[in-house]
Design a protein around this ligand. Structure first.
Ligand code: PEP
Length: 257
């Protein structure tokens, strides 16, 4: 039976009250799907809704809460930021690191993300490290070079032991929020490439590192994309804000198992 991580990135959506409703609807629907141990569901609300969502799922089986970002330092004069320890203390088990929106709008570099990854892992949290090429990079055949650089710089000094905590998300920037997902073959090709890079660095452990696909993953393309051998789950934006569509993607993962 294959293991899948199905993660929702709620971005800057939901008040705490809305998060409670969405998390409850997803948790209730998920319980009805008869979950097994090989599917794990993650919801990543905005920071102010983490507590509300965690209250809903804290005793649910196979569902946990993640943060969308955190700072690399444990504390200090960083107005507006949250330390890994802080998001852990409010119930997060995972943190999304290096989402393309953070790279694009907040200037996050691979060097910075390397520090964030280390801080997150050292705090005992699981980072979901996002990589992916822009449309222009794909059209000029730079996809593999871009991914290689994003992986090499951000994973520098991350030891084999730490890497067992790592999750990678392949999110082609041109597919995020556009409705135009990668084809399953495009996803598989890049996932296999990422797995190869992980194998060069971490040997046999690469086979068990989860590589999620993200970018317009929806109920109608989830079966096909999740059925590819190097796709170990999804990072889902828009469709994670509708309980029905998020649950349908979870159901697709169960079918593929
Ligand atoms: C994302 O933001 O990580 C994402 C994949 O968004 P969407 O599913 O809306 O493309």
């Amino acid at each position: 039976m294959r293991y899948f991580l199905i993660a929702g990135n709620w971005k800057m959506n939901t008040t705490p009250a809305e998060a409670t409703t969405l998390a409850s609807t997803i948790a209730d629907g998920y319980a009805k799907l008869q979950p097994n141990r090989n599917i794990h569901v993650l919801m990543c609300p905005p920071a102010t809704s983490i507590h509300a969502a965690h209250e809903v799922v804290k005793s649910a089986q196979g569902i946990s809460i993640g943060a969308q970002n955190c700072h690399q330092e444990p504390k200090g004069a960083f107005t507006g930021e949250l330390a890994p320890q802080m998001v852990k203390a409010v119930g997060c088990t995972h943190v999304i690191i290096g989402h393309s929106e953070r790279r694009q709008h907040f200037g996050e570099t691979d060097e910075l993300l390397n520090n964030k990854l280390k801080a997150v892992i050292n705090t005992g949290l699981v980072p979901i490290y996002c990589v992916g090429e822009t449309l222009e990079e794909r059209q000029t055949n730079k996809t593999f070079d871009v991914i290689q650089t994003q992986m090499a710089t951000a994973l520098a000094d991350i030891t084999l032991e730490s890497a067992s905590q790592l999750v990678i998300a392949y999110e082609p920037v041109w597919a995020i929020g556009t409705g135009l997902a990668a084809t399953s073959d495009q996803a598989q090709e890049v996932h296999a490439f990422i797995r190869g890079l992980l194998a060069e660095r971490y040997g046999a452990l690469a086979g068990s590192i989860l590589i999620l696909y993200g970018g317009s993953l929806k109920p109608d393309n989830a079966d096909e994309i999740l059925s590819k051998p190097d796709v170990n789950g999804g990072l889902i934006g828009g469709a994670a804000l509708q309980a029905d569509s998020f649950l349908a993607i979870i159901a697709a993962a169960m079918k593929v198992q």
